[in-house]
Design a protein around this ligand. Structure first.
Ligand SMILES: Cc1ncc(COP(=O)(O)O)c(C=O)c1O
Length: 315
C-alpha cells in the first residue's frame, strides 16, 4: 500500500514515475545477472505471450525472399513454424512428429540450411516432456530459442544466441509478460509493414516502454529473481530440479503401471510426462490428476519447476 514510502502500491504507479523506473531497472539488472547476458544483447519486457514471438521473430529476422530453419519437436515449435510460414519460406530442419515427439534429434540428424536467416527451436517441450540436452551448432546461422518452460532452470551461454524468448508465466512471473533477449545487431532489419509494437528495434530504443509495459509482472519478476539469487541462481535451480526429476524418473522407470513419455537422453527435468500404455487408463489418470491439480496447486507448480519451498511460504 505504500511501496518504499511512495504512498501507493506498485499496481497504482505510473510506469514513468521515478519509483517505478527503479523497479524496472533493478529487475532488468537482475535478469541480466541471472543469465550473464552480455552487453551485445538487450533484455526486453514485452507482452503478447510467447505466441506473439512466433510472428515477431520472422517479421524482424526473416528477410523477404529468405528462408528460416525450424526444428519441430513438439506442439509449440510446430505452431511457431506454421506462423513463420505466413511470412516466408520455412525449411523444416527436423520433425519428430511421426515418433510422437518422444525424443530430441541429435546434432547429426539436423538438416541445416547454411543460408537460413535463423534456426528456431524450442528448448523444452512442455507437453511432451522432452528437452534439448545440447545447444545446436549452426555455424553462422543465428540461434533463436523458445525457452518458455525452462528459462532460469539451468545456465545458458546467451552470447551464442541471436534471440531467446519466454512467456513469463511458467518460471518467472504472472502471465502478461514475455521476456526477450535479443542480440542488438540482429534488430533494426524488420520488414517495413512490421507494426511498431512488434519491432525489436523500437522496443530497444524505448527500453521496452514504447507503450505501457506489464508493470506488475515486471515487479514480481524482480522478486522471483531476488529469490532465485538466494537459491544459488540458475546453477542452484539446476541442482534442485535435477534431483527432483531423478526421483520421479526413478519411480516411473521402476513402475509396472507408468512409462515415461520421453526417451532417456531427451528427458526434460522440468516437465515429467508419463503414460500407462492403455489409452482408457491414461484417460482415467488424466481425470484423477486433474482433480489432484485442482485440489493441490503444489502439483502444478512442481511440474512447472518452482521448488516446493516457495509454495509452503505462500501457504
Ligand atoms: C514452450 C512453450 N512455448 C510457447 C508457449 C505459448 O506461450 P503463451 O501462452 O505465453 O503464448 C507455451 C505455453 O505453454 C510453451 O510451453
Amino acid at each position: 500500500m505504500n511501496y518504499r514510502g511512495s504512498g501507493m502500491s506498485v499496481m497504482e504507479m505510473s510506469h514513468r514515475s521515478a519509483v517505478y523506473a527503479d523497479i524496472f531497472a533493478e529487475t532488468k539488472a537482475r535478469m541480466k545477472a541471472a543469465l550473464s547476458v552480455p552487453d551485445t544483447h538487450e533484455v526486453l519486457f514485452l507482452q503478447g505471450g510467447a505466441s506473439t514471438q512466433f510472428s515477431m521473430v520472422p517479421l524482424n529476422l526473416l528477410p523477404v525472399g529468405g528462408s528460416a530453419d525450424y526444428a519441430v519437436t513438439g506442439h509449440f515449435s510446430g505452431s511457431a513454424s506454421k506462423e513463420a510460414a505466413k511470412f516466408g519460406a520455412v525449411h523444416i530442419a527436423a520433425d519428430t512428429s511421426e515418433q510422437k515427439h518422444t525424443f530430441i534429434p541429435a546434432q547429426r540428424e539436423l538438416n541445416l540450411d547454411p543460408n537460413a536467416a535463423y534456426f528456431h527451436y524450442c528448448a523444452n517441450n512442455t507437453i511432451y516432456g522432452t528437452e534439448w540436452q545440447y545447444m545446436p551448432e549452426t555455424g553462422s546461422v543465428p540461434l533463436v530459442c523458445d525457452m518458455s518452460s525452462d528459462i532460469l532452470s539451468r545456465p545458458v551461454d546467451v552470447s551464442k544466441y541471436g534471440l531467446i524468448y519466454a512467456g513469463a508465466q511458467k518460471n518467472m512471473a504472472p502471465a502478461g509478460l514475455t521476456v526477450v533477449i535479443v542480440k542488438k545487431d540482429l534488430a533494426g532489419h524488420e520488414r517495413p509493414e512490421t507494426p511498431l509494437m512488434l519491432s525489436y528495434q523500437r522496443m530497444i530504443e524505448k527500453d521496452s516502454m514504447f507503450n505501457t509495459p506489464p508493470c506488475w509482472c515486471i515487479y514480481i519478476l524482480g522478486l522471483v529473481l531476488e529469490w532465485l539469487e538466494e537459491q544459488g541462481g540458475v546453477a542452484g535451480m539446476e541442482q534442485i530440479k535435477r534431483e527432483r526429476a531423478r526421483r520421479l524418473y526413478d519411480f516411473l522407470d521402476n513402475s509396472k503401471v507408468f512409462t515415461p513419455n520421453a526417451r532417456p537422453g531427451s528427458r526434460s527435468d522440468m516437465n515429467v510426462t508419463f503414460r500407462t500404455g492403455d489409452p482408457a487408463l491414461d484417460k482415467r489418470r488424466d481425470a484423477a490428476l486433474g482433480d489432484v491439480v485442482h485440489d493441490l496447486d503444489a502439483e502444478v507448480f512442481i511440474f512447472h519447476g518452482v521448488p516446493p519451498q516457495i509454495l509452503s511460504d505462500r501457504r
